[in-house]
Design a protein around this ligand. Structure first.
Ligand code: MOS
Length: 734
């Protein structure tokens, strides 16, 4: 009876949205058009602090086809809103003050994109500039303590450090990085009286709807946000950025549909970035390698009047290892910089770099193998909640990874492994990623041909949500994959949370699971008194869905198809909604586990030139039940490529004098290319998680987390040089 189940879940199924994407038929927001569509282009501030004293738009308005120039003097008044989990960025073009370089100061609307762009360059803005506060160590920038409400104190860390037999004290830094999804963010907005339709590159359509309704003072029901396809996000699409509001504002002011596409340089200032960190870690240990204290502090930049709310850098130190005395502290300093945002593995990516580097350093202090040090301090239960994890196969990750990688062949002495002019290093890192699940709804319809249609307002930003939800519904309803379709990215559909925090599969998957169960109930209700039905009077527990039918559990040969049930009852289709919210740890007696991973890296360093290449990278991941081996593996590979970028290449460079980002193009902001990427070995271990009914954990962001410390630790092993500042570039190594 379970043959169908085995064939559609877990297997490496191709993306169901592959053909429309590969053929160019998938409508991204950049592709959307309307009759009468006009185009907006943005003008950005060339100072980082001060005031606008004059704007001369006369040359811009002389360009043929220009319809309007919008500035703080004539812009529609719009409200800043608080929606979803956070306050949205300040409403654009509402005031004459400038708080960061690249802030929007004007918008030009014209009949064509080219005219709008040309005219935007001709807008002349005069500023009264003030001295900006740009540097993270500038004491003029106000500090916010416990920035994410995640600071933790357990035991007595100060006393434990004072008594520790071995103490490691080190400072690590990570730079600003920019999300840089391939797809340029674009918004197309159209008003019809008081109703607004917006096509956008968002990771969270429901939040965009709420923010736009609030901004323009219309009911939420009057706003529809569509994002069926999004060309990547990496966190940049979590919030409702000023350009989204500006597109809707222009459309309202001109009473024409408006398209606004950001340029690549604007993608560096207008849609967030991963904020830099300066971290200090102190570890206390006994000579035998038992951790007795962890103190982890981080300082990051934030914008003058906006906060990034999910970026807890030090949180990993409170949960990663068994340690009785722990203090974590996350602070931000307000600076004249663009608004930051989450970027793939927010906080955890930077925090793991420091913690997993520090553990490596400690292992050399102790003369202990770095893997043995981690196993010795393995957290069998959740160290804060003191509850068993809902699932944890990190030990298995380490064991399988060490075996596949050949860890035990490693000569522990730094700089001792050489092949000609090449220094060879092995490094590893453990990863304990955060858990995230949100309330979610879903709807499933089965039609008269027995085909299912799954729907929710969630997006798929390339993560595979269309595909795995299709598989999951097929599994739960006993259908073939080609009998199921999934529709996403539309606020008219059941409410869904952000595609973020690696939480979508748990959130939406649990809702789809519930909707499928409700739909089976609805079919059984339909035939409850039907003497012609072999399923008459049965409950869900009495039936098994397979092959497009519901079978009696007590008699597999007896049952009937969805089609027959609908036809006999004159129904064209039947629909059920589902909903799910995360369980409470106390009620389940389980600590909700995020995914875990072990990463092993081999690097080759040119002994004379310091040139580093990653020769091999083995990732062993416990992400609970894997719904689709192929898309899950793709997520880990993509994340690992991002992690190699974080380790060796990525850095958003801001001029400390002017606050201008100096490398805001994909030519100057370095990301890995094919030649930088070796064979990436990805293995999944562990079994279904116990915290949600689908048994899944996040498989998106963990691909990136831990790559940078594994590489940094390998670089130390190769060269004896400890690089505590990312990215690890030639100049830092020589
Ligand atoms: Mo992810 S940084 O939560 O989109």
């Amino acid at each position: 009876m379970t043959t169908v189940e085995r064939s559609v879940l877990g297997a490496g199924v191709d993306r169901v949205d592959g053909p429309v994407k590969a053929s160019g038929a998938a409508p991204y927001s950049t592709d959307v058009s309307y009759p009468d569509l006009v185009h907006a282009a943005l003008v950005r501030s060339t100072v980082a602090a001060g005031r606008i004293v004059a704007i001369d738009a006369s040359r811009a308005e002389a360009v043929p086809g220009v319809l309007a120039t919008v500035t703080h003097e004539n812009a529609l008044r719009v409200e800043r809103t608080e929606t979803g989990m956070w306050k949205q960025p300040p409403a654009p073009l509402q005031r004459d003050d400038v708080v960061h370089h690249g802030q929007y100061v004007a918008m030009v609307v014209a009949e064509t994109f080219e005219r709008a762009t040309e005219a935007a360059r001709l807008v002349e803005v005069t500023y009264e500039a003030a001295e900006p506060v740009i540097r993270l160590d500038d004491p003029r920038g106000p500090i916010l303590e416990n920035a994410y409400g995640t600071d933790e104190t357990r035991g007595d860390t100060a006393a434990a450090l004072a008594e520790a037999e071995v103490v490691l004290d080190a400072r690590y830094t990570t730079p600003d990085e920019t999300n840089n999804p391939m797809g340029l963010f674009a918004t197309v907005a159209a008003w019809d009286e008081d109703r607004l339709t917006v096509h956008d590159a968002t990771q969270w359509p429901d939040s965009a709807r709420a923010a736009l309704a609030g901004a323009f003072g219309v009911p939420e029901d009057n706003v529809r946000v569509l994002a069926p396809y999004v060309g990547g996000g990496f966190g940049a699409g979590l919030r409702v950025w000023p350009h989204v509001v500006l597109a809707a504002m222009a459309a309202r002011m001109l009473e024409r549909p408006v398209r606004l596409v950001l340029t690549r340089p604007q993608m560096f200032t207008g849609i967030g970035h991963r904020p830099a960190t300066v971290q200090r870690i102190r570890l206390g240990a006994r000579r035998d390698g038992t951790l007795t204290a962890i103190e982890h502090e981080s300082l990051q930049p934030s914008a003058v009047d906006d906060d990034n709310i999910v970026e807890a850098v030090t949180a990993v130190s409170a949960v990663g290892y068994a340690c009785p005395n722990v203090t974590t502290r996350d602070r931000v300093r307000r600076l004249n910089v663009p608004v930051p945002t989450s970027m793939r593995g927010p906080g955890d990516a930077q925090g793991h770099f420091a913690l997993e580097s520090a553990l490596d350093e400690l292992s050399y202090e102790l003369g202990m193998d770095p893997l043995e040090l981690r196993l010795q301090n393995y957290a069998d239960e959740h160290p804060g909640l003191r509850l068993p994890w809902s699932s944890k196969a990190l030990r298995r990750c380490f064991e399988v990874g060490a075996e596949r990688f050949g860890w035990w062949r490693r000569d522990p002495r730094p700089g001792a492994t050489r092949s000609g002019d090449t220094l060879i290093g092995y490094g590893l890192a453990g990863v304990t990623f955060f858990w995230f699940q949100q309330p979610c709804r879903a709807r499933i319809t089965i039609d008269h041909e027995g085909r299912a249609f799954v729907r929710a307002a969630a997006t798929d930003i390339g993560t595979g949500t269309y595909t795995v939800m299709t598989q999951l519904a097929a599994d739960r309803l006993g259908l073939r994959l080609d009998q199921v379709r999934t529709g996403l990215g539309d606020t008219e559909l059941p409410a869904a949370p952000m595609q973020g925090g690696s939480g979508m599969t748990a959130s939406l998957g649990s809702a789809v699971h519930d909707a499928a169960a409700n739909l089976i109930d609805a079919f059984l209700d339909l035939v409850a008194d039907d003497v012609a039905s072999p399923l008459r009077g049965l409950r869900a527990a009495d039936v098994v869905p397979a092959d497009g039918r519901l079978h009696r559990r007590d008699d597999a040969g007896s049952g009937e198809s969805y089609r027959d049930m609908l036809e006999r009852h004159d129904r064209t289709d039947l629909t059920a909604d589902g909903e799910a919210a995360p369980a409470k740890p106390e009620e389940l007696g389980l600590a909700p586990a995020g995914p875990f991973a072990a990463r092993f890296a081999e690097v080759h360093v040119d002994a004379d030139l310091g040139r580093i290449s990653v020769a091999r990278l083995v990732s062993v991941v416990d992400a609970g039940r894997i719904l689709n081996k192929k898309t899950a593996r793709s997520q880990i590979i993509g994340g690992t490529v991002g992690g190699i970028g974080m380790a060796l290449l990525e850095e958003t460079v801001t001029d400390p004098g002017t606050g201008r980002i100096v490398n805001a193009t994909l030519a100057d902001y370095l990301i890995p290319v094919n030649a930088d990427i070796p064979d990436l070995d990805v293995v999944f271990v562990g079994g279904p998680d116990r915290f949600n009914p689908v048994g899944v954990k996040g498989v998106g962001e963990i691909g990136l987390v831990g790559v940078a410390p594994a590489i940094a630790n390998a670089v130390f092993h190769a060269t004896g040089r400890r690089i505590r500042d990312l990215p690890i570039t030639l100049d830092r190594l020589l």
